[in-house]
Design a protein around this ligand. Structure first.
Ligand SMILES: Nc1nc2c(ncn2[C@@H]2O[C@H](COP(=O)(O)OP(=O)(O)O)[C@@H](O)[C@H]2O)c(=O)[nH]1
Ligand SMILES: [Mg+2]
Length: 187
């Protein structure tokens, strides 16, 4: 029997780092980089199915793209209960956005009381190589010390945008299968 799982993916990070662009590029199968976009006021929901290799299962990624200039705006956080996976995004040309990551992560993790949820740290805008301020090593170190998987991408050049979403879908599916095994061993 094929199973369809739903994963609630919270996408967080400072305003302007490229959260909406990343979600839209992934959602549109890299068909387009959003040229005209509106700054949403709180949260936008995009859904995209991911097929799990070597199975007939599918994970539907429910991407909660948060907006707003105000960090930790209550408007955004009220949508964050029971996250399944988390994506924290920063802009490699913006040091403030990098130092905000930890605060965003703590805030998302505070919404989930039990086990740690799978998460990724995204270094976006790597096409702006000349203006890059945050090195890959700094990104990787932050990710590792916070139990996140590190990815670099450019939403603008549609480079490597899908990979972190596939990773999260697979991790989520793995957790589901492990839980199934526990249940069947108890039965
Ligand atoms: N050069 C470059 N610009 C990007 C990239 N991703 C997003 N942008 C631009 O950064 C700005 C903010 O993007 P947006 O997706 O709205 O960020 P959000 O506020 O985090 O949702 C927009 O002008 C985007 O076109 C990228 O990978 N490279
Ligand atoms: Mg946005």
């Amino acid at each position: 029997m094929p199973t369809i799982l739903r994963a609630k993916c919270i996408v967080a990070g400072d305003a302007g780092v490229g959260k909406s662009s990343i979600c839209q590029v992934f959602h549109s199968d890299s068909a387009q980089f959003p040229k005209n976009y509106t700054m949403t006021t709180s949260v936008e929901l995009l859904v995209k199915p991911v097929n799990i290799p070597d199975s007939r299962d599918q994970v539907e990624m429910y991407m909660y793209d948060s907006a707003g200039k105000e960090i930790f705006s209550e408007n955004v956080i009220k949508f964050w209960d029971h996250p399944s996976v988390v994506m924290i995004v920063y802009d490699v040309t913006d040091e403030t956005s990098f130092s905000s990551c930890i605060k965003w992560l703590e805030r998302v993790r505070a919404m989930k009381s039990q086990t740690n949820i799978p998460g990724v740290l995204i270094a976006n805008k790597i096409d702006l190589d000349q203006r890059r301020l945050i090195s890959p090593k700094e990104g990787k170190d932050l990710a590792m010390s916070n139990g996140l998987e590190y990815f670099e991408c450019s939403a603008k050049e549609m480079q490597n945008v899908d990979t972190p979403f596939f990773y999260m879908a697979h991790e989520f599916h793995k957790m589901y299968q492990e839980r199934l095994q526990v249940y069947s061993s108890l039965a």
